[in-house]
Design a protein around this ligand. Sequence first.
Ligand code: PLP
Length: 755
Amino acid sequence: MTEDTVLPQIYLDANATTPVLEQAANAALITMKTMFGNPSSSHITGLQAKQLMEQTRQKARAVLGSGNGRVIFTSGATEGIQTGILSALCEAKKQIEPHKQYTLLYGATEHKAVPESLKHWNHILEINAEVKAIPVDNAGNLDFDFIAREVPNALMICTMAVNNETGVYQDLNALESVIRTHNADVFWMVDCVQALGKRNLNLARTTIDYAPFSGHKLYAPKGIGFVYIRNNAPFTPFIAGGGQESGLRSGTENLPGLAALDIIFDELLKEDGSQFVSVDKLHDYRNQLAQALTRAFPTIVFNNQFSNSVPTTLNFAIPGFSSKEIMDLFDAANIRVSSGSACSSKVTRSFVLDAMGLPAWQSESAIRMSYGPATTQTEIDAACERIQHCAQALGHSCLMQAHHDIDNKEALDGLVQFKVGGACCWLFADKQAKTAIIIDPLPELVERLNTILECQQLTLLAALDTHGHADHESSRVAFSLPKQACDHLGWPTQTTTMEYKGQQLACIPFGHYHLAKLPTPGHTEDSVSFILFEQQQDTPVIKYVFCGDLILMGALGRTNFPTSSSSAMFSSIQLLATLATPDTLLCPSHDYNNEFATTLSAESSRNGTLKRILCDEISVTEFVEKKALIDQNIVDDAGSEIMCGATVCSKDQFSLHEYTASELAEHMQHNNNLLLIDIREPHEYALNHNRAFDQNVPLTRLTDFIGRHNQDKSTPLVLVCRSGSRSQVAAQALARLGFNNIGHLKGGYALIPSA
Ligand code: PLP
């Protein structure tokens, strides 16, 4: 595969991990080759290794200002955190009085390693203290009043010097004064991982008992870290064994890692000529990036205040875009940033920003950009330029109001599917007539839809709802529409009519299309389906049916609302089946399983009840009884989403050909009619794509693609995206709808070496 444009990577995710500094990598390599001795061996090779280790320790002591405290090498900060917590809690356990309730305190924005370890050791050591989060304010500062109130009862307090998501630093002197005024003896651990090289630390001058550090956050390799332990602070080895590190931490030392760390400490200790730029320079970098971001995305909101955060972290949100969308955009431009949110739940949001009380959208859209002191001016200049390209790409695909020339953008033609959670909204654009209709407009999409309409210079003819939705208000009023009388679903009261298969249908003509209304009550009394006809040689042919919640993927719409009627649904399905063909594309209002659209034939092959209606094998009475039972299984999603249909069928898994990059390259050589499809969004495609790609079909346009290729489902297709997950989902959806020669590139662009 040949690359069209290969942009060099700009790595702005240093808070996750840094590259290894070249000299540090060289030092590690030389150590592996020549100084491979075991520091515990008493021969010369061992002694040399030991000397390197002690030299590194001396430098660490100088960097940390550790005084009489100890510095022990570990595998990383998570181990250092265990060491601190285990040591403190083993000692605390000896002092606890029966029947007294104690607490273990930690900052609400702490890295998960801290609260999880506190809970773990609290449980294992049977201390049973209450583990409490210390709240933070809007700016991420710890609540000192809370600490003053709670710390007298605490066995341990864990805080962080610098937050990894926001770069917010705590005023350690002020914090120490609150802690010690109210509890002189409490064990205090400060996670200093993100402070190394960015904040002055003079640990022995403080009463901090434990401070864990990690090498890979400051240009050393993964697998090496260190922990500071205050002189006379209690200590329990976390790893016992051969007695290395004076018995404090057993296990043969990671000498290559130590050699790399040694170089990093040299850089930190240099007064002149260090590869690490000054703090002033880091402030310049941040200002430059913030300006570039603001120029590119004028509505940007910064989630961290620059006045109390280190100059190497920016955390921001762009209204109207999820963090996933911005991540994908930047990744396509080969800028690596982080979404700043834990993707463990359905809604991706940042617990750090939530703890700071920022609005939900800021937390859901958070992006973190971080770099380290070895970042160069050239990299920052290139990043600023590339950020501008990202904004231009969004402008080209009409996702952002362009404040620059976007004359050569492509005109939108056909169907676009938008999703918010499980709910769908459909936009159909007629390129020739420059008109559009919207079905089931969702409030969250108003801005995006209006931007597209304006950017594409499309006149909106109608914004319609398929029924009065239980889960959201119609946002029809937010669009500029022709002034005409409409019913409560937005359908004009004065329309023309057309006849189709014996049915008189009210319809709106536009270009060479007609949109007809078919009442399909059942889910609700007012439910309708909208049928889009295309005029083909004077004959109307159905292109799409927007069927609301009549038939959903894997389900029928629920019929247990006060205005529902399952017997009406039965007749509606029968009526629809007389008009649509088994392969007509049905575009419902919900898509809970990422299946995009469906057909009567695809649904009846897995939904026995539907099949029996279509084959006249079930009576209304039996259907009503059966449907009542099915509806009993509907479980609304933790109160956040009203499920509009009970999924009665498991999601089918179709066999796909999963290609590796080399298999695909070979397959392409032998198969001329193979169609390669880049499934990423148009702005991602525009920023960087492979010349071999015949087409760009983003997920939002997948149903349109299916509609255009409904007659030709055997062309070999291979789908590709960034990581292989979108292409897999899309390939499954195509296979389900009868595309029988489909594959995708496993691992996506990420695993093509040159991408
Ligand atoms: N603490 C903070 C603030 C961090 O950012 C990290 C790493 O993400 C850790 C602890 C864990 O460090 P390690 O990867 O060295 O175990």
